[in-house]
Write a protein that binds this ligand. Structure first.
Ligand SMILES: *[C@@H]1O[C@H](CO)[C@@H](O)[C@H](O)[C@H]1NC(C)=O
Ligand SMILES: *[C@@H]1O[C@H](CO)[C@@H](O)[C@H](O)[C@H]1NC(C)=O
Ligand SMILES: *[C@@H]1O[C@H](CO)[C@@H](O)[C@H](O)[C@H]1NC(C)=O
Ligand SMILES: *[C@@H]1O[C@H](CO)[C@@H](O)[C@H](O)[C@H]1NC(C)=O
Length: 275
């Protein structure tokens, strides 16, 4: 049993296990240095402003951004997943801490594949002001009177089931499913005009991120680069001299600053290969 591991043919997984067993630490100093370097390279990903902390793009190490604020760059188009819903990012206002997003599933059609509400992760985001909810109801019982904002969608193999839009956040009621989407309050009258409403939804909405930016500005002014210590679960400032501080790269302000590789590396636990 104890030599079982050697009896299998070599595989990538085994190779990784060997790396973990014998080749660690892959120098924790290098890790920290790498974070300083790779967290410093700003990515544009089709946006006017480059991606910066608390966001990171998915091919940057996880330490470069706040957990949950990962931007996927699909064909030069930025996306973010919030509570299992994929959003297209239309803009980032770094100073105002505003992210402008639109639901990816509403980009083409009112008839979505999955019926999921627009729900923010309240630890990370809050709605900007000036928005109201509308609810898309799918698979509703036929109505004798014409309902404004009516549409039809195929649902569960049934073509042309009735759907309509209503103001406010509502459950499905007698319908098959409901999806809540925020729109700017000034467009609330457009719920009766589906063409217009779809345009309004594609134009997106703003959310504010809650992650504190003050520590990051202090880190930047000390020539550091902002990141996150996934082991200690806290902000981390990566410094040019390969150390990292809990706040800044300035020893006087940071109560001793960092020592090489002390944080955020848990020695021997991982290397950039596995991030
Ligand atoms: C929209 O409804 C959700 C619940 O589905 C609620 O959390 C959110 O605050 C509402 N947004 C607005 C702008 O009223
Ligand atoms: C969507 O939100 C509405 C209103 O808040 C709620 O009644 C409904 O259960 C939610 N649907 C899902 C799938 O969570
Ligand atoms: C619905 O909105 C579209 C796009 O804004 C507009 O062209 C059209 O005239 C509107 N239809 C009605 C009935 O108001
Ligand atoms: C890196 O610089 C900071 C201050 O700039 C200092 O506190 C820290 O000791 C330095 N670390 C190394 C390994 O030189």
């Amino acid at each position: 049993m104890k030599s079982l591991i050697f009896s299998f043919p070599p595989s990538p997984l085994l190779f990784c296990i060997f790396l973990i067993l014998f080749n660690i630490p892959l120098s924790s100093n290098d890790d920290t240095y790498q974070w300083y370097t790779s967290c410093g390279s700003l990515f544009n990903c089709g946006m006017l402003t480059p991606v910066d902390y608390p966001f990171r793009v998915s091919d940057q190490p996880a330490n470069c951004g706040y957990p949950g604020l990962e931007i996927e760059c699909d064909d030069g188009k930025p996306n973010i997943v919030i509570m299992n819903v994929k959003y297209h990012i239309l803009g980032i206002k770094q100073n105002a801490k505003v992210l402008e997003i639109t639901r990816d599933d509403f980009m083409d059609d009112t008839c979505v594949d999955k019926f999921v509400n627009t729900t923010l992760d309240s630890t990370l985001f809050e709605y900007a002001s000036g928005y109201e909810n509308v609810t898309f109801l799918y698979g509703c019982p036929p109505s004798d009177v014409p309902i404004p904002g009516q549409f039809t969608c195929p649902i569960d193999g049934v073509a042309n089931t009735n759907g309509y839009v209503t103001v406010g956040a509502q459950g499905p009621g007698p319908c098959h499913a409901s999806v809540v989407v925020p729109i700017p309050s000034r467009f609330i009258r457009d719920v009766v005009n589906l063409t217009r409403l779809n345009q309004v939804i594609r134009d997106g909405f703003e959310v504010k991120w809650k992650v504190d930016d003050t520590t990051c500005s202090e880190c930047r002014s000390s020539n550091g680069r902002c990141g996150y210590d996934l082991v200690l679960n806290q902000f981390s400032c990566f410094c040019p001299n390969q150390s990292s501080g809990s706040k800044t790269c300035n020893a006087a302000l940071d109560g001793g600053g960092g020592s090489p590789g002390a944080s955020p590396t848990a020695p021997g636990m991982y290397s950039p290969l596995f991030l």
